[in-house]
Structures are given as structure tokens and as C-alpha cells.
Design a protein around this ligand. Sequence first.
Ligand code: UD1
Length: 390
Amino acid sequence: MLDVICVCGARPNFMKIAPVVDALARVPSVRTRLVHTGQHYDERMSRLFFGDLNIPEPDVNLEVGSGSHAVQTADVMIRFEPVCLGQRPDWVVVVGDVNSTLACALVATKLGIKVAHVEAGLRSFDRTMPEEINRIMTDAISDLLFVSEPSGVENLRTEGVPDEKVHLVGNVMIDTLLRCRARADESKVLENLGVQSKGYAAVTLHRPSNVDRPEAFASILDALEVISRDIPVIFPIHPRSKKNIEAMSLSGRVESIPRLHLIDPLGYLDFMKLMADAAVVLTDSGGIQEETTILEVPCLTLRENTERPITITHGTNRLTGNATDAILSAYRDVRDNALPASSPPDLWDGRAAERIVDCLTGGGLSGARPAGGGGAQIASTGSSESPDRR
Ligand code: UD1
């Protein structure tokens, strides 16, 4: 029996861990336990996603909650160590780049437990982002690195990670998107908000570089005001951004823009519908850059860099930074010009989790190949699974 602990902690982890837990559950010789660190804990930042994505109830919730980076990371470590000591798993699987990812990887590896990192190798080359530190550190101590796009393989090679550890498997977040598309399509979110398909902009913002500095946030609001003269702007607001609007006395400014609608964070299915039917998405999220790539919706990323360059070369995503003029010029460009035709990135086909589980279990589900070996960087797309088994 192979014992595996899967870890999730914050909102963007839930859609990544869901297909991995599901694929592991289909291998009879594997026992899987799910640990939720509790980094995100609100109904709207956590619970809703478990329902929408049919993720089983976590076996353990560490209930760490919010705190400074040091406090949050340390709390996860302190609470995760006894879980590992008690259960002695063969593998700990961590996803993404949040504080919980690094904290659990660090605990496991020091106990001699093997670590698999899903969404390894992505690099923004911007060490002011806490996520970049989490990515570099987690990759350095992981035993298996599952990569979503070719840039990740190159980055890991440059950092000296041996090829045998690296597997280009595709994108687990896209597994979830493809699996949930039909259900998301039935969402009534557009009717509830009173907007028409392709007749609005959707916005998400939560990065410190955009929402912790009043000048940056105000500059983005100036752009949203101009866009809202064309189309309504729907902005499901992250708790961090909401707090900052109040703390930075920007509430009056927000209220002065009649067609800028701040709403509570949405669940996965409603948000996917909102994204899929938007005329344009403006965001600083990592995952949304990838989801809009598959949904073929123009995405303006309000950052100076991205760790997901394939979304740019694919043609749906562009970087604008947070200066008003730069956002507006990119907005006008996507408003007035159709997106270039392109096919989805290689291996973003709904089967990434199967390839991961295949590697972990030594061939249980399908045939993934390592990144090295005869120069083949791309894991097999072959699978014994039929898509309609899902
Ligand atoms: C975290 C991740 C980020 C990810 C984001 C998605 C790190 C370093 N950052 O950032 O990579 O993109 O989640 O949301 O791990 N809060 C609530 N309810 C919650 C969770 C948070 O109200 O359920 C509030 C708290 O006041 C907290 C603030 O939001 O102080 C920020 O939360 P935190 O988890 O520290 O970081 P995020 O900005 O959410």
C-alpha cells in the first residue's frame, strides 16, 4: 500500500489538488489523505470550493488562519509535523506556490518523506513576490517535480535540477476546468448580476504590488473607470483588497464609479462562468492567466512579469503593469481586435493528474516519461483512461 498525503491550503490550491486526489482514489493500492492547512478559511475562500469541486472532506484541518509570512509558514510547519510523524506517508504532494506549499514540503523532506511538487519550475524572476520564494525553495527540496509548461523544464534545468526528477505533465488546473465546464455553463451568475454574455469586464486583484500601495490601486481604479464607460466592470473582491480599500480610504473613489460593481468572492463554477463570458478579464492572478488561455478570453495581466510565459506566446494574455495608460491601451487593443487563432498549449488536455499519479505509482494509470532521456522533454500524452470515465 502506497501512503500519500495531499496538501491544500489557499484558494488557488483547491482546483489543483482536486484532480490529483480523484486520480489517486482510483488506484486501489494507494491510501490518500487530504490535509487542509486552513491558510484560507472563509466560506467564500475555501468551503465553497470543496462543494463545487467535489473534493472530499479533509482528513485533517490544521486551522492555521492568517498571519505574517513567518507566523503563517511556521504555524503550518509546527502543525504539519505531528501529522507526518503519526501517519508516516511515502509521499507528500504539494501544489502551487503559497506559504502552505513550502511549509509542508520543508517538514516532509526533513523527516525523510518524499515530496512531489505539482506546478513546479514556474519562475517570474521577481523575488519581491512571496510566491517566487516559495517556488524556488519548494523545487529545491522536492523529489519529483511536475511541470505544466516547457519554460518550467528549462528553468529547473538552469537551476541544476537533474532531468530524472522533472516531468512535463500538463496543467492540473486545466484538468479541473475541463471537467467542470458543463456545470459552470449552467451557472446563473450573469442573470443574477444583470450582465450580458461578452458585455462586461471581469476583474480580480490581490497582489501586494497592486493592492497594498494606494498609488498603484488608485491608478488601476482610474483605468477601470474609463473601461466602465464602455462596459460594466464586475470585481469579485478578495478579502485582502477589500480590507485595503477601507484602510487606504479608497471607498469613496470606488463608489464614485457607477458601473464598477464590487461583489463578494465567487465559488469556482460561478467564477468560471463569469470569466468565460467576459469581453475581457483584468487580473493579477496566476491561474486566471491560464484559465483564460483555454477559455479563449482576452486577459490583461496587471503585472510587470509572469511565471506563465506560455499564456503570452499563446496569444490570449498580455502584461500591462498597473499604470493607467498602459492598461487602457491594452484594453483598447483587445476591444478592437480579435484574438489570434491558436490551439491549447501542449498537454493541457485534462489528463495531467493521471500522468502525475502514474509517475507516483509507477505506472498505475498511464505512461508518463521523464523530462530527460533521449532529449524527450514532453511526457507521453497517451493514457489508458477514456475521457468519458470522468
Ligand atoms: C495567498 C497566497 C497567494 C494566492 C492567494 C489567493 C501566499 C504567500 N499567498 O495570498 O499566492 O494567490 O492566496 O487568494 O501564500 N483572508 C480572509 N479570509 C480567508 C483568507 C484570507 O479574510 O479565508 C484575509 C486575511 O485578512 C489575510 C488576507 O486575506 O490577512 C490575506 O490572506 P493570505 O492568505 O495571507 O494571503 P493572500 O493575499 O490571500
